[in-house]
Design a protein around this ligand. Structure first.
Ligand code: ADP
Ligand code: MG
Length: 232
C-alpha cells in the first residue's frame, strides 16, 4: 500500500472514534510515512512492558502519557525525561499514572509511551491554515526564541528547497544552528528535508487543521521529531 493510503487509514480510524486530536504516536507514525524521522518508541500498558521497552530502546529514555484527553502532556505531569535505569523507569511510570488521576480522574489513559531520548538543538516546525491562502509552515528555534522573541519564519506551501533554506537562514537565531558560541553545527540539510516533507504531508492532507512539531531535536547527524501534535 502506498504511504499516502496508510496515512489515510490512520486518519480515518481517528475520525471514526470521533476524535480530532491525533495522538503523538499516531502523528509520528503518519509523519514517518512521509520520510520524517521520529523517536523510536513503544506504547506500553504495564510497568513491566515499559521496562522491557526501555531496555530495548536503551537508556536514557523518556516516558509520556498517551491519552486523547491530554493535549498538553507536561501540564498534567505526563512527561518524564532522562530516565536512566529500570528503577527510575518504574518510579516514573507510577508517578505519571498518579498525576493523571489527580489532574483528570476521568481521562482515558491508553498507555505510556517509552521513547528514545533525542539530543541536540530544539527547533519547532508548525503549520496553521490561513483562511485565504491555505496552509502556512512556521519554523523557529525552541525555547525563548519562539516564546519571547517571536523569532520565526513563515512560508506558504509548497515549500521547495530554496524556500526551506530561506526559512532557516532568515531567523535571528540562525547562527546558533551553525556552530556559534562553541556549539557544534547542526545538520541543516536534515531541517530542509523535514520542512519539505512537512509541506508534502500538508499538500496530501487538506484535513489537517493545525500541526505542531515541538520540539524537533537536531544535531550534527539528523533531525528527530520528539513531539507531534496534530488536529484534523
Ligand atoms: P507537551 O505535550 O507538554 O508538549 P512534549 O512531548 O513536548 O510534551 O514533552 C515536553 C518536553 O520534554 C519537550 O519540550 C522536550 O524538551 C522534552 N522531551 C519530550 N520528548 C523527548 C524526547 N523523546 N527526547 C528528549 N526530550 C524530550
Ligand atoms: Mg511539545
Amino acid at each position: 500500500m502506498a504511504n499516502k493510503e496508510k496515512v489515510k487509514e490512520i486518519f480515518s480510524r481517528i475520525k471514526s472514534e470521533g476524535r480530532s486530536y491525533v495522538l503523538e504516536h499516531e502523528a509520528k507514525e503518519a509523519l514517518s510515512l512521509y520520510g520524517i524521522n521520529t523517536t523510536r518508541e513503544a506504547i506500553c500498558k504495564t510497568s513491566d512492558e515499559a521496562v522491557k521497552a526501555g531496555e530495548k530502546i536503551g537508556f536514557p529514555v523518556v516516558l509520556k502519557v498517551v491519552s486523547p484527553d491530554v493535549v498538553h502532556k507536561t501540564d498534567s505531569g505526563g512527561v518524564k525525561v532522562g530516565i536512566k535505569s529500570k528503577e527510575e523507569l518504574e518510579k516514573a511510570f507510577k508517578e505519571i499514572i498518579e498525576n493523571q488521576k489527580k489532574f483528570n480522574p476521568k481521562a482515558d489513559i491508553r498507555g505510556i509511551s517509552v521513547q528514545e531520548m533525542a539530543k541536540g538543538e530544539e527547533i519547532i516546525i508548525g503549520a496553521v491554515k490561513d483562511p485565504q491562502f491555505g496552509p502556512m509552515v512556521m519554523f523557529g528555534i525552541g525555547g525563548i526564541f519562539v516564546e519571547i522573541f517571536k523569532d520565526v519564519s513563515y512560508r506558504l506551501i509548497p515549500i521547495e528547497k530554496i524556500d526551506a533554506e530561506e526559512m532557516i537562514s532568515e531567523i535571528k537565531g540562525y547562527p546558533l544552528l551553525c556552530g556559534a558560541r562553541g556549539k557544534e553545527a547542526v545538520n541543516l540539510e536534515s531541517i530542509k528535508a523535514t520542512l519539505q516533507n512537512v509541506s508534502k504531508f500538508l499538500i496530501d492532507f487538506d484535513e489537517i487543521k493545525e500541526m505542531d512539531l515541538n520540539p524537533i531535536f537536531v544535531n550534527k547527524e539528523k533531525a528527530t521529531v520528539a513531539d507531534a501534535r496534530i488536529f484534523i
